[in-house]
Design a protein around this ligand. Structure first.
Ligand SMILES: [Mg+2]
Length: 245
């Protein structure tokens, strides 16, 4: 199984922060919460957008999420609902989180070679599991993104830090993937662009590793089994790894 990171690996490290994001989120919130009237949506939406703005601005610099270490999305949403005097049931929190996860297909393209890498993994008889740190996005939000980007056919499973309950480098995302695949660590290859979030925890679990930098400067050093400047080189490194395993 290949466990593949997203930001800086399959798509760019950052995405543009847009003025129209506010209107888009208001529309998505209204659609997700039909039981609320327009005034309640406006008030809740303003609160959600204002309280999450520091994180969204940080994500326009890097999709490697740091902010949610201290303010996970569900906690932020629960606090907003409580301030608005609204019940914060798990279902409501989830619908709001998905509404806040704006689709990305109209603002970024997969990095060059991304689709070819996923296809190569399948050609090598392995499964592709997305293993990603996220803030608003859970697996369902990502499925929608990947469908619209034309990548979904090559993805077998998606596990985010929202679904696993911990951000990488915590091993929860990788462990959840191993449970899903019923695969031992030494049959897994982690492909990612961050030594500390992708490579270090994978090595600690006994997995194979490929550090890629299609959207980053060349790393000075890495403990990974292979280092690849782009996703075609990554596909080749993976083939070589299987040949020699
Ligand atoms: Mg990354």
């Amino acid at each position: 199984m290949a466990l593949i990171d997203v930001g800086g690996t399959l798509w760019p490290n950052s995405w543009p922060f847009r003025e129209t994001d506010r209107a888009g989120r208001m529309q998505r919130l209204a659609a997700a919460l039909p039981e609320l009237d327009a005034a309640a949506i406006r008030s809740l939406g303003e609160d959600l957008i204002a309280s999450s703005r520091p994180g969204d601005e940080a994500r326009s610099v890097s999709t490697e999420n740091q902010v949610s270490i201290t303010t996970p999305a569900d906690e932020l949403i629960t606090a907003c609902l409580t301030r608005q005097g609204l019940p914060a049931g798990a279902g409501t929190v989830r619908r709001i989180r998905r509404a806040m996860a704006l689709p990305v297909h109209d603002r970024m393209k997969p990095l060059p070679g991304a689709v070819e890498l996923l296809a190569e993994v399948h050609a090598l008889g392995m499964r592709n599991v997305v293993a990603s740190n996220t803030y608003w996005r859970d697996a369902d939000s990502y499925w929608e993104d990947f469908r619209l980007l034309g990548m979904a056919a090559h993805i077998d499973e998606i596990i985010t830090s929202v679904d696993a309950g911990h951000l990488k480098p915590h091993p929860a995302v990788f462990e959840m993937a191993m449970r899903w695949a019923e695969a031992p660590a030494d049959s897994c290859v982690v492909i990612g662009n961050r030594e500390e979030n992708d490579i270090d925890p994978a090595l600690a679990l006994g997995m194979w590793t490929i550090l890629v930098y299609p959207d980053d400067p060349k790393p000075a050093a890495s403990r990974a089994h292979a280092v690849a400047p782009d996703l075609w080189a990554c596909a080749k490194a993976l083939r070589d790894m299987l040949d020699h395993a």
